[in-house]
Design a protein around this ligand. Sequence first.
Ligand SMILES: NC(=O)c1ccc[n+]([C@@H]2O[C@H](COP(=O)([O-])OP(=O)(O)OC[C@H]3O[C@@H](n4cnc5c(N)ncnc54)[C@H](OP(=O)(O)O)[C@@H]3O)[C@@H](O)[C@H]2O)c1
Length: 303
Amino acid sequence: MTTNNPQYLIPNTRLLITGATRLTGVIGWPVGHSLSPAMHNAAFAALGLDYVYVPLPVPPTRIGEAVRGLVALGFAGANVTVPHKPAVLPLMDDLTPIARALAAVNTIIVRPDGSLLGDNTDGYGFMADLQSQIANRKSQIEQVLVLGAGGAARAIVYALAEAGTTIAVVNRTPARAAELCQTVRRALPAAVVSAHPFPDALPELAARADLIVNATSLGLHGDADALPWNPAVPFRADQVVYDLIYNVETPLLKLAAAGGAQVIDGLGMLVHQGARSFELWTGQKAPVDVMFEALRRETGNRY
Ligand SMILES: NC(=O)c1ccc[n+]([C@@H]2O[C@H](COP(=O)([O-])OP(=O)(O)OC[C@H]3O[C@@H](n4cnc5c(N)ncnc54)[C@H](OP(=O)(O)O)[C@@H]3O)[C@@H](O)[C@H]2O)c1
């Protein structure tokens, strides 16, 4: 950090903007609600790195210009969120195998030669958080039931299949679940994945699941949302129920906790997918605890 340049203090982070500050951010539309700036800026400040992370609202019609602008402006990289994850794919020079398989990029790395690498860290974030949360569990996770077949479900089914688990996917629109399974099998021929109709298949699949994951958007509005579940189907104490939603305690997690299952919300996945992006941009190990703390502060210390 140079001392001759003007410096600007970012509140709550002790993060300084200097003449040499590296830029990162999140491209979305809208993006003002994103918790990622708070999380990444706290991490940069904690490690004393001369980086900043800013929200980058980009309308769909301007995504090409925005991505090319990252290189022109000397960004280290950026996250990509709704609705741009598929649209940035053809704008990358290279893709990691998971980004190619999912046809969705959530992390762009601007390499020193100005070329762009597209990655997808959602599956990594889910697995890293799951592993840390179930570290004390005695038995292995072998059978997984995934509710939903959207973008988030694709990333976690890929990661779970790569880890060797057997996965059943249940979705309101069965064709989307079937298409997800095909995508994962094409990329990972040894994957054991199958698609099933909702809710008819739930009792049988739930009975054999070690892990149940809600990757639908049902629960985002708390108790106002319907359950992505049949309440007559019981949970067990040896089951883990993971809900990707992180802004509220979802009806599914309440029901699963009442049934004695271990429940996990999506905050840790958000932290770990961000931690992976952070490491790709800076080459430094991300301060995961600091990132968790920043998110807890932003979400009113509910967690
Ligand atoms: N923790 C994290 O880091 C993280 C990361 C990514 C996403 N998420 C969360 O994961 C959730 C899914 O995100 P996404 O990007 O995958 O969304 P998406 O692509 O829009 O997929 C939404 C999924 O929810 C299902 N769904 C929506 N409304 C439904 C309803 N009324 N009844 C039954 N199913 C319904 C959809 O089923 P159909 O296919 O039938 O439409 C689809 O499977 C969101 O809540 C998001 O906030 C969390």
